[in-house]
Design a binder for this molecule. Structure first.
Ligand SMILES: CC(C)(COP(=O)(O)OP(=O)(O)OC[C@H]1O[C@@H](n2cnc3c(N)ncnc32)[C@H](O)[C@@H]1OP(=O)(O)O)[C@@H](O)C(=O)NCCC(=O)NCCS
Length: 153
């Protein structure tokens, strides 16, 4: 399978929204408006198969050492083919180049993150900006069963 990993442009946002909608509807991934995605377009990587976006992920930076993996999605039907893992590799590489020392993620995907070397941490250790900027917008807040994972990169 010839998957290309690259930075998206503003023109990709419509298709990224289509891809993520089922997971947003289920409450697995937080809804982000077109404008919010546009403002953060530089934070994303997309995976493309025959010019179709089949996955994406974003790197959000919180401090001079801490970043977050967010909005990770792979198209249903193409999961289990290392696309998610390769997207995380792109994020880790970019984070490292920028000087990020640790990456965290809030997720239901325990097995996936453990496989990639992430360790569970107490959610209280997350930066407050995360809770107030993102979690508060979530329909599951404050009764959230997501687990926090972190890794030194
Ligand atoms: C989570 C998700 C992105 C994983 O992407 P994926 O492309 O299917 O995962 P990969 O194929 O890259 O898996 C990488 C490794 O993790 C393992 N893995 C993946 N999901 C796993 C799970 N739930 N439990 C245990 N291991 C898992 C794979 O077997 C693979 O191992 P290998 O390297 O030994 O082959 C995908 O399932 C998804 O889009 N889920 C819905 C959205 C979501 O939950 N996003 C996470 C929000 S943070």
């Amino acid at each position: 399978m010839d998957i290309v990993y690259k930075k998206p442009t503003l023109l990709d946002i419509k298709n990224m929204q289509k891809l993520v909608k089922p997971e947003v509807d289920k409450g697995i991934i937080l809804y982000r408006s077109d404008d919010e995605m546009a403002m953060n377009i530089r934070s994303y990587f997309v995976a493309e198969l025959n010019k179709e976006i089949v996955g994406f992920c974003a790197l959000q930076i919180y401090s001079i050492k801490l970043g977050e993996i967010r909005s990770l999605i792979v198209k249903d039907g193409l999961r289990g083919k290392n696309i998610g893992k390769n997207l995380i590799t792109c994020i880790e590489k970019e984070g490292k180049e920028l000087g990020v020392e640790e990456l965290f993620s809030l997720t239901y995907e325990r097995g996936f993150f453990e496989k990639l070397g992430y360790q569970e941490i107490d959610k209280d250790k997350l930066p407050e900006q995360k809770i107030w900027a993102d979690c508060i917008k979530c329909k599951l807040f404050p009764i959230c069963k997501e687990i926090a994972f972190i890794k030194a990169i």
